[in-house]
Write a protein that binds this ligand. Structure first.
Ligand code: PMP
Length: 776
């Protein structure tokens, strides 16, 4: 509103936009504290905001705001601020004389979608941290900016808080007046003298819950849409940015200091706070609270009936009173702790990609065409650096849920106490060997502990060779068993792929027992594939050699989430043993109750292997693995040469392994996998009746594959479609990936804590995505 009380109308706004910016548009009034704001919508649907200043507003201060926005245009936070649109004559701030009013200034800014933070009281921790990180990015981006208008006198300048003390006498309630006076005294005696040594710079200076704009992703997670209203921006202590944001974030919170430490941790991870800044932060938050109540007291002094001022001051008073009860040293310790644990500097996606390009081995792939920066995990969910939540349907490593608190606590406790190796006696090791071996059928009872699936499989090869005296091994086509030379050369997935040198002479490949696409289908498939194993044995023996081992996953992962046909594994095992070989079951992916019906996937295939290797889920993400075998084989391996792994089976790993077994049991996760897996399988099968793209749905428990085909007769693989489905699902907040030699199988093997409502949401999203391919 102009000072003389005449408000510009939407018609005035349209005419300003047309005459000065050559914008043909419709105008609608928007709320505004100081300026009179209008939303402008052009014929082509572009949205802009016209800001008409108060009569006689300070040109320099307004120009400072506009120039600051222009300064940010090439910066990493450009997308989080409004852009100043030049008028037809190139100016960004234009004088304007309304009819019947005094001279003022007009400018047009882009429209920033979103709604103010004050409307979003559900604020996940990661989101609060993200606010801190973003504000720090703002401060870094603004560091080089200066302008004469940035050095004005502003009552909201935190460095001048004590000057507001003159209004304290108008605080009617004595107790409250005393609180404010006490804080101001402390500000003058201990804070003000240290301000000069703090870093100064140009800052937004008002990141309150009306100026931080929020939007929601598809999965409902809030993310920051931007920061508006540079009306209070100025040159002052840089830390004021954080202190002010923290103050408003703390309002109406049950644990305000926790909120403040989260935003501080986020901020510190991008723009590290100095020791003095950490010490002064709590006082600066209280200074801002005092400034806020004093400014409303001042307002009420001039407008005693202004109800808005009375109401809006209430939560501020409440927070100030609560802060008064907190020991300042305790608060400082909390902030120092938050900073100490805020982690390594946060880099954006581009920076991280650049580091990877230059300093990581080059042959590493990245998931998704637009890579994800995942910063947090909880249960079945992963969160990216914007606080967006994804349902994780692929990470079978974090078996009992990402960052399961019971597992984390077990690791933490044992790390605090001791970590050594298997050459000392330790209860954890004994207990774990007993517990783990106790889950296996006889005669599998001897454990070896290693650090990765590869090491476990490598050791399995050594065990088999020691026991049988032969290196000759039968493997499945497309199999993957590990990244060491001994395993690459027997893993067709690697050695027959790009850069591979072909199978080792001692490795013999048999077809993958794929009852959907492979050479043997129908009721005789199991027998057909077992005959292939027999043929391979005959060939080995025909060449005057003896079979050492048959190595296979109990259910096939990399090969395309395949469940072998009934009777296959047991018949193959019989043939292998008759030829003097041993059966190695690679359960690195499929063990620990995932199949639902049993703890180990081989149990679902009616076979007891001679050697079983475990990995991935065994430590819920902690690097550990194991080999379980028989006494007989372990004895053959005891050749005089010691087996020792520095880290394998250490007390921390065993504490974690025990915790994982505990959680599986306590939460009934095996049975849960069966129930949830069946719900998902049923839903997928129902989708198959409506979507031709789904050729096959297969699985056991939470080990599921969905094979996509362009034609159900010819089984033409729908590989491109599969990769589109993955991307579309990611957009909807679901992480999936493809598998199989033809890259046309959606693999589903989520953390075992996935819930029924998650399953329903996946099915709904998949239904939607698949509908886009429907040709009916
Ligand atoms: N076996 C199988 C079946 C696997 O899927 C993997 C890993 N993808 C490994 C062994 C190797 O495990 P790691 O990466 O822990 O060495």
């Amino acid at each position: 509103m102009t000072k003389n009380g005449l408000s510009p109308t939407a018609g005035d706004a349209e005419s300003i936009a047309r005459k000065i910016w050559s914008l043909d548009c419709r105008a609608e009034p928007l709320a505004g504290e100081v300026d009179r704001n209008f939303l402008l919508v052009t014929d082509s649907g572009d949205r802009w905001v016209l800001k008409i200043s108060r009569e006689g507003a300070d040109e320099q201060a307004l120009d400072c705001q506009v120039q600051a926005l222009r300064f940010l245009e090439p910066s990493p936070v450009a997308h989080l601020v409004q852009k100043a649109l030049p008028a037809a004559d190139g100016r960004h701030l234009v004088p304007y004389e309304p009819s019947g009013g005094g001279p003022c200034w007009v400018r047009v800014l882009s429209f920033l979608d979103g709604s103010p933070l004050v409307n979003h009281q559900d604020r996940p921790r990661s989101f609060v941290e993200e606010i801190g990180r973003t504000l720090a990015r703002f401060d870094l981006a603004l560091a080089g900016f200066d302008h004469p208008g940035a050095h004005r006198d502003l009552p909201w300048d935190i460095e001048r808080t004590h000057e507001l003390g003159r209004f304290a006498e108008h605080i009617s309630e004595a107790g409250r007046r005393e609180i404010v006076e006490r804080h101001l005294e402390r500000f003058v005696s201990t804070v003000a003298p240290q301000l000069a040594e703090l870093e100064h710079g140009f800052i937004h200076n008002d990141a309150n819950d009306h100026n931080l704009m929020v939007r929601h992703g598809r999965s409902g997670e809030p993310s920051l849409a931007g920061l508006i209203d540079f009306g209070d921006s100025l040159h002052t202590i840089t830390i004021a940015e954080l202190a002010i944001a923290a103050t408003y974030l703390m309002l109406n919170q049950d644990y305000p200091l926790t909120t403040a430490s989260l935003v501080t941790a986020g901020y510190h991870s991008v723009r590290p706070l100095s020791a003095t800044e950490q010490v002064l932060l709590f006082d600066l938050i209280k200074a801002r609270l005092c400034a806020s109540v004093l400014m409303s007291v001042r307002g009420l002094y001039f407008e005693p009936e202004n109800e808005y001022l009375q109401i809006s001051a209430l939560p501020v008073w409440r927070l100030l009173e609560r802060m008064t009860m907190i020991d300042p040293d305790e608060a400082t310790r909390t902030f120092e702790d938050a900073c100490a644990h805020s982690g390594t500097p946060v880099r954006d996606t581009e920076e991280i990609l650049a580091v990877r390009r230059n300093h990581f081995g080059f042959n590493l792939s990245i998931s998704y065409s637009e890579p994800l920066k995942i910063v947090r995990g909880e249960g079945q969910y992963l969160f990216d650096d914007n606080g967006r939540r994804y349902l994780d349907l692929v990470n079978n490593v974090c078996h009992v849920g990402h960052c399961h608190p019971y597992v984390v606590a077990a690791a933490h406790q044992q790390m605090e106490e001791l970590n050594t190796n298997t050459r000392y006696l330790h209860d954890n090791l004994a207990e774990y060997a007993l517990r783990l071996s106790g889950t296996f059928p006889e005669p599998l009872e001897v454990c070896f502990f290693t650090n990765s699936g590869t090491e476990a499989n490598d050791l399995a090869l050594r065990l088999a060779r020691a026991h049988t005296g032969s290196k000759e091994i039968i493997v499945l086509d497309h199999a993957y068993h590990g990244h060491s030379p001994s395993l690459v050369e027997i893993s067709p997935y690697k050695c027959e792929g790009p850069g591979g040198e072909g199978l080792a002479e001692h490795a013999h490949k048999v077809p993958m027992p794929d009852p959907y696409r492979g050479p043997h289908r129908g009721s005789e498939a199991g027998k057909g594939y077992a005959d292939d194993v027999r043929k391979a044995i005959t060939e080995i023996e025909g060449n005057g050699r003896k079979l050492g081992a048959f190595m296979a996953e109990s259910l096939i992962s990399c090969g395309g989430q395949i469940i072998p046909p009934p009777g296959y594994l047991s018949a193959a095992a019989d043939a292998v043993r008759s030829a003097g070989g041993v059966v190695i079951a690679d359960e690195v992916q499929v063990g620990f109750g995932r199949v639902g019906t049993h703890m180990w996937a081989f149990e679902s295939q009616d076979v007891v292997p001679d050697i079983v290797t475990l990995g991935k889920p065994i430590g819920n993400g902690h690097p550990m693995a194991a080999v379980i075998t028989t006494k007989e084989i372990a004895t053959s391996f005891d050749t005089g040469m010691e087996f020792f792994s520095t880290f394998g089976g250490n007390p921390v790993s065993c504490a974690i392994g025990l915790a994982v077994l505990d959680v599986i049991e306590m939460q009934g996760l095996q049975q849960h996998a069966l129930e949830i897996g069946n719900r998902l399988l049923d839903g997928l099968r129902e989708l198959r009746t409506r979507h031709k793209l789904i050729g096959d749905v297969r699985g056991l428990g939470l080990f599921i594959g969905v094979e996509l085909v362009r034609d159900r007769e010819a089984l033409k693989p729908a590989s491109r479609e599969a990769s589109r489905v993955i991307d579309e699902m990611k957009e909807r907040g679901f992480l999936l990936s493809t598998d199989g030699p033809l890259h046309n199988v959606l693999k589903i093997k989520p953390p075992m804590v996935i819930q029924a409502h998650d399953v329903d949401e996946v099915l709904e999203a998949l239904d939607e995505v698949l509908a886009e391919f429907s040709t009916d």
